[in-house]
Design a protein around this ligand. Structure first.
Ligand code: NAD
Ligand code: MG
Length: 397
């Protein structure tokens, strides 16, 4: 068996660590070529000792110096820094497979570099597709690269579709794609209590352990909104054919409804090592370390319709998808800025949706035909939100 040669972008994060956990179970299958982290240099040093990559990439020169000192006994490791180094380790000719697990727009350049270089792209970085879906999918087509979804919902949909779905879901007899959502920690919180939510409360997800940004997105349900847009790009399906269903147990990871009334789904314990192992080994199956699903113990699964007034971010994402062009990039950038401000104590939790809504309302939608267009839309939305935040123009900010 030829080994897959891997670059793990965002190795020190929640998805990065889960990926390395699966990789460590199968040393005969996978070899680590490069690892990246931003500022968590000590964590990255430990991972470099364990996985012996050829290259490591960190945020800037200061982090590179610290990593070099920490790994003075590992002189063969090439240490680099910055966005172009991330693109380099994503596109290097030796690499077969790239785990794209940097959080937010910061992951776009390297995810796209992997797509352009025709890699097997294991995509966790949903923000890249939300911002630049068209550019990303076109790059994959041109390079004959492969996209394997890591987001548990999209991985479940992928597993529930027949081979050849790329040629159109209608031809496959698909009526609807149904993304499940746990509803996050505030599904039942009284609406007037949401103004007092702290970052730690928002990051305490009932079922999944994740990075802080995606945890806040789950609490506002912007995460599901981003996933609706992500699904539209991965599966070539329009907004009207994507439904969201609240399923608090997170056992059904998503489903596909067919014209004949059949519904196919993927079920499992909520542990990201399952979709990661699926994508790593596809089309084979390998052990992931995840325990078998015990439905007797779980006993009951429940479902409800999403409440769009409790979760306005979900509606905003559908609106942005329908508006097209730069609207999803605006949504994503405004949300990243608003979430960062909330995590820093500079914005109330219940104002995040209002910030994003205002950006979508005030910034005109323009067509996106290149990466430069995407980056310009991203910058414009961030500047808009920053300006409002700095002038405290956001009500109750
Ligand atoms: P995390 O915050 O735990 O980790 C993020 C990683 O990216 C870290 O390694 C960090 O060092 C790196 N990073 C952060 N900012 C960076 C920057 N500016 N430049 C370069 N690197 C940077 O996040 P996570 O929960 O692992 O999520 C990663 C991605 O996967 C996100 O896009 C998220 O939406 C997606 N995702 C996560 C989960 C999950 O269960 N955690 C599930 C589905 C999708
Ligand atoms: Mg998800």
């Amino acid at each position: 068996m030829n080994k897959q040669v891997l670059t793990v972008l965002g190795a020190t994060g929640s998805i990065g660590l889960s990926t390395l956990d699966v990789v460590a179970r199968h040393p005969e299958r996978y070899e680590i070529f490069a690892l990246s982290a931003h500022r968590q240099v000590e964590k990255l040093a430990d991972l470099c000792r364990r996985f012996q990559p050829q290259h490591a990439v960190v945020a800037g020169p200061a982090e590179a110096v610290i990593l070099r000192e920490l790994l003075s006994d590992f002189p063969t490791l090439n240490i680099m820094h910055g966005p172009s180094a991330l693109e380099q380790i994503a596109a290097a000719p030796e690499v077969t497979t790239v785990m794209a697990a940097i959080v937010g727009a910061a992951g776009l350049g390297s995810s796209l570099a992997a797509a352009q270089a025709g890699k097997r792209v294991l995509l966790a970085n949903k923000e890249a597709l939300v911002m630049a879906g068209d550019v990303f999918i076109a790059a994959l087509r041109k390079s004959s690269g492969t996209l394997l979804p890591i987001d548990s919902e999209h991985n479940a949909v992928f597993q529930s579709l027949p081979a050849g779905f790329e040629y159109g879901l209608r031809q496959c007899g698909v009526r609807k794609v149904v993304l499940t959502a746990s509803g996050g920690p505030f599904r039942k919180t009284p609406l007037d209590a949401l103004q007092h939510v702290t970052p730690d409360q928002a990051c305490a997800h009932p079922n999944w352990v994740m990075g802080r940004k995606i945890s806040v997105d789950s609490a506002t349900m912007m995460n599901k909104g981003l996933e609706v847009i992500e699904a539209s790009w991965i599966f070539g399906v329009e907004a009207d054919r994507i439904d969201v269903l609240i399923h608090p147990e997170s056992v059904i990871h998503s489903m596909v409804q067919y014209e004949d009334g059949s519904v196919l789904a993927e079920l499992g314990n909520p542990d990201m090592r399952t979709p990661i192992a699926h994508a790593l080994a596809y089309p084979e199956r390998i052990a992931s370390g995840v325990a078998s699903l015990d439905l007797v113990k779980i006993a009951a699964l429940s479902f409800e319709a999403p409440d769009f007034s409790r979760f306005p971010c979900l509606q905003l994402a559908y609106d942005a998808l329908r508006a097209g062009g730069s609207a999803p990039a605006t949504l994503n950038a405004a949300n990243e800025e608003a979430v960062a401000a909330f995590l820093d104590g500079g914005l109330r939790f219940d104002r995040i949706a209002g910030v994003v809504a205002e950006a979508l309302e005030k910034i005109p939608v323009t067509p996106l035909s290149s990466l430069d267009d995407v980056l310009a839309a991203d910058r414009a939305a961030r500047a808009f939100v920053q300006e409002r935040l700095s002038r405290k123009l956001l009500l109750s900010a």
